[in-house]
Ligand binder design. Structure first.
Ligand code: FES
Ligand code: FES
Length: 918
């Protein structure tokens, strides 16, 4: 590309550079590919996400929109230019405040903030939000980013080493992320940032049809006439099983479709070659003969009488059913003072992580294959890749890169099997980077739901019965549909004592994109319906909505509707924490509305619960801590940190269990050749499940050390260089590590494995579904413009029972991020196949959309949790949408039954209410 173009000279981070390339080429590409400055990220290549933000002559610009020709003679500053050996004050502020979670947006955020602080050294929160408005973050909810910029402006930033808790004191501290430095330095290696220099490129050809048969013509001819095209891979080139998925018996998605596609975006053909060869070859030039068929779009079409079967194994298009039945629900309704019911509908929701899928594969010695990609589930990737290759899993090495957001969307394999097949077929390294549209088109979504629910209560407000029938659109392939079908019945009636319950679910195949895991596995959709009915009952009974929830909240010693007796239940504490805010917000809204006809304020509240870990299935985790002869202490941790902070939390737990300071630990993460199987980063399980494994590993190593020194359980450990000192009262023993027998350099190690104690559920859903549950309650204050039908969330208050906040900064970050995603679910996010396949049509909350969030952390220690802790990743999101919808209803009198409550939908509801008014 460079040979025929004169060099364009400019300056980058103070250094003159000259790049001979096309002047039309994007600055972002030049920075990354020609200059190796991969700190500048590409999330959309369309000016929508701001991940590529750099400074051009001191002003923030999207580098993906700037042609290099416009840069001639000018100064570019990238994230790599912020630090001068040491991290800058701004970078340290991001690190200290927990402003970087996954870190993929962090370089763009830092550059936008640097631009602001150069212009306005003491910016207001409004000015900060305005400056950051062009950069999207899907993880943090923006609050800690705003906090970090304000802290940097005020100079309120500590030294990097300020937080070094002593031995036994790590749990409970606001330890900055142990993997945070590279995220704020811009040196973190995400999936698109690195690959072997000689890697070929992979391009996947996808179906433009939701349902079609197809035939491929002469691909050898295509290869002959396309120099640089090395291979064309079809279904016939998949050496093993051409089917992947989550559950045995339901691995139904082909790596490459064999002549029939079931959704728009399905992979049918893979091209492998040089990047320029692939770029020159359009899909229209390929011999693909399509025979489109009428698709079954949506649940109603798939369940219609006589609907064709999308898969032979599901003649009625029902992939899976769930059921929970307790008591006599009909009798419960009959005995009640009031009964309410309603129908609700939710949309496809896109994960919209800022990092599109990417990675590479390469052959290894010993007839093995390595795949390096972003993922939430390295061991599952290993299994699925090996299945597609038809080889033993031990011949596959998965090396996860840093993961730029997942939220469930990177649990299913995406790039891994095809990369591996391409590398095996060509015997070369092969890489791929999805475009934003490809990511959105081809990967899983949140299940759309169609829900009917009915609830009854006695005159005093105590719940008498609850019933739900919910259908979930699982799309063309199974993915996590069975999980949604089984999890929702356990949770659907909410965190309340209900004597009579009957919840039924179906996961329904359609010709829509596959729906999979997305922060909550169907529970957020069910909570929208269930919490609306709680509000209905409260209204009918004339009981305050907070009071209604408090009266029915589960308490320690209660049994769930699935018959599980609960021990740690912090929900009453969460609701009590909100009470003063609730009353104050109601008073504020009333005072405002007394003088406001058009802009009406409302307050809503919702409670939630969420079982941590897999539903009634084993989900063990394994951790290992090793001490080597040089005194290096390492936690080998296979739990992938997708931004939530598990690498830090697990180290804090391991350190306190062992009794050595956390800063003396190194960690090795998520490489299937080096770490044990910690299971998937999903279902809010890593703190609870892997945390217990880390605790056990720490305790095991401590036990070995104490036994070696013949010391008692209260002995203090000190590690200094190659000497380990054990002080037990007056007895002090020092071990010279170099003198201990070693295995591969390791002189002492501890291994911990833990699996939550669950039991299988019977046909009525009775059993121990989860080891523990997270509880929470949130309230929302909104202002609705009755003329424009727009909704502005002006404040959120969240109280969450986390058992023990191992790292309060990270817990708060999860709550902020969950609320931001819940706000999107309630008000703006709706994926429409074929129409919203980029980030300018599919809108996610910006910094201007997420209000201040007040947080109460309720620490009701879970006896099974490591140091009492349980998960918060998914619980943080579940109550948000129902709280916001309740607030809209309080402001307007309109009950929204179909989300998102976008303006046209709210306007129609307002019009209908006006029309119905007497
Ligand atoms: S990559 Fe440039 S704005 Fe998204
Ligand atoms: S930290 Fe902002 S997108 Fe992940």
């Amino acid at each position: 590309m460079s040979a025929t173009h004169p060099a364009i000279a400019f300056s980058v981070n103070g250094q003159p550079v000259a790049v001979a390339t096309a002047p039309i080429r994007r600055l972002a590409d030049v920075l990354r590919e020609e200059l190796g400055l991969t700190g500048t990220k590409i999330g959309c290549n369309a000016g929508d996400c701001g991940a590529c933000t750099v400074l051009l002559d001191g002003e923030q610009v999207c580098a993906c929109l700037v042609p290099l020709g416009q840069v001639a003679g000018r100064e570019v500053t990238t994230v790599e230019g912020l630090a001068d050996g040491e991290l800058s004050l701004l970078q340290r502020a991001f690190h200290q405040c927990g402003a970087a979670q996954c870190g993929i947006c962090t370089p763009g955020m830092l550059m936008a903030a640097a631009d602001l602080l150069a212009r306005d050294p003491a910016p207001s929160p409004v000015a900060i939000a305005a400056a950051l408005a062009g950069v999207l973050c899907r993880c943090t909810g923006y609050r800690k980013i705003i906090e970090a910029v304000a802290a940097a402006a005020a100079g309120e930033v500590g030294a990097q080493a300020a937080c070094t808790p002593a031995a036994g004191r790590a749990v409970g501290t606001r330890l900055p992320r142990v993997d945070g430095w590279p995220k704020v330095a811009g040196t973190e290696v995400f999936a698109a940032d690195a690959a072997p220099a000689d890697a070929l490129w992979l391009r996947i050809v996808r179906s433009p049809h939701a349902h079609a048969r197809f035939a491929l013509g002469d691909l050898a001819e295509v290869r002959r006439r396309t120099p640089g095209l090395i291979a064309t891979l079809t279904a016939a080139d998949v050496p093993g099983d051409n089917a992947f998925g989550i559950f045995a018996g339901r691995k139904d998605q082909p790596v490459l479709a064999p002549g029939l596609v079931r959704f728009r975006g399905e992979a049918i053909l893979a091209l492998v070659g040089t990047r320029s060869a692939l770029a020159r070859l359009s899909d229209a030039q390929l011999p693909i003969h399509w025979a489109p068929q009428p698709p079954l779009a949506g649940i109603a079409a798939a369940l219609a009488p006589g609907a064709r079967a999308i898969h032979d194994h599901a003649p009625d298009n029902v992939l899976a059913r769930g059921n929970l039945r307790r008591g006599d629900v009909a009798a419960g309704h009959r005995s009640a003072a009031v009964t309410v019911e309603g129908e609700f509908e939710t949309a496809f929701v896109e994960h919209a992580y800022i990092e599109p899928e990417a990675g590479y594969a390469r052959p290894l010695e010993g007839d093995r294959i390595e795949v390096s990609a972003c993922t939430q589930a390295p061991y599952m990737d290993r299994e699925e890749t090996a299945r597609a290759l038809g080889i033993c899993p031990t011949r596959v090495r998965i090396r996860p890169t840093a993961c730029g957001g997942g939220f469930g969307g990177k649990l299913d394999v995406s790039v891994q099997p095809l990369l591996a097949i391409a590398a095996v077929r060509t015997r070369r390294p092969v890489r791929v980077v999805y475009t934003r549209t490809e990511s959105m088109t081809s990967t899983t979504k949140r299940h759309p739901a169609r829900i009917w629910a009915k609830a009854s209560a006695c005159a005093d407000g105590s719940l008498a019965a609850f019933e739900m029938r919910a259908d979930f659109n699982t799309g063309a392939y199974a993915s996590w549909g069975p999980t949604v079908a089984s999890r929702v019945p356990v949770h659907a009636h909410g965190p309340y004592r209900v004597p009579h319950v009957w919840n039924r679910t179906r996961a329904v195949y359609t010709n829509d994109p596959p729906a999979g895991a997305f922060r909550g596995f169907g529970v957020p959709q069910a909570a929208i319906a269930g919490e609306a009915l709680i509000d209905d009952l409260a209204e009918r009974l004339g009981i305050d909505r907070w009071q209604m929830r408090r009266r029915n909240a589960l308490r320690p010693g209660d049994a769930t509707a699935s018959g599980q007796v609960l021990h740690a239940v912090g929900l009453p504490g969460c609701l009590d924490a909100l009470h003063a805010d609730w009353q104050a917000a109601l008073a504020r809204a009333a005072a405002h509305n007394a003088h406001a006809a058009r802009h009406r304020r409302g307050v809503g509240i919702a409670a939630m619960w969420y079982g941590c870990g897999n539903t009634a299935l084993p989900n063990p985790s394994r951790m290992r801590i090793a001490l080597d002869r040089d005194g290096k202490l390492t936690l080998f941790n296979g739990a992938v940190d997708v931004g939530q902070g598990s690498s830090t939390v697990l180290l804090q737990i391991a350190a306190d269990a062992l009794g050595l300071p956390v800063h003396q630990f190194a960690f090795v993460g998520g490489d299937t050749d080096l770490t044990g199987d910690a299971g998937k980063t999903s279902a809010s399980r890593q703190t609870f499940v892997s945390g217990n494994a880390a605790r056990l590993a720490g305790e095991a190593l401590r036990g070995r050390i104490l036994a070696f020194a013949n010391a008692g359980p209260g002995a203090r450990l000190t590690l200094s260089g190659r000497q380990l000192t054990i002080a037990d009262g007056d007895a002090v023993r020092t071990l010279d590590l170099t003198r201990l027998p070693d295995a591969g350099g390791v002189v002492l190690e501890g291994v911990g494995s833990w699996d939550p104690p669950t039991t299988a559920l019977d046909a009525d859903g009775q059993g121990v579904a989860y080891g523990t549950y997270g509880f929470g309650a949130q309230m929302a204050e909104v202002e609705v413009d009755l003329e424009l039908a727009t909704t502005k969330v002006i404040a959120m208050v969240a109280a969450h029972d986390v058992g023990r906040a191992v790292n309060p900064t990270l817990v708060e970050g999860q709550i902020h991020g969950g609320i931001a995603q819940g706000l999107g679910l309630a008000l703006m996010e709706e994926f429409v196949p074929g129409r919203t396949e980029n980030l300018h049509d599919y809108l996610i909350p910006t910094v201007g959309d997420v209000p201040p969030v007040k947080i109460y952390l309720i620490e009701d220690a879970e006896p099974l949790g490591p140091f009492g802790a349980k998960g918060v990743g998914e619980p943080a999101l579940i109550a948000t949408a129902p709280a916001i919808l309740g607030a809209i209803r309080h402001a307007t009198g309109v009950r929204i039954t179909r989300v998102p409550a976008v303006p046209h939908r709210l306007w129609e509801a307002l019009q209908a209410r006006r029309g119905a008014a007497p």
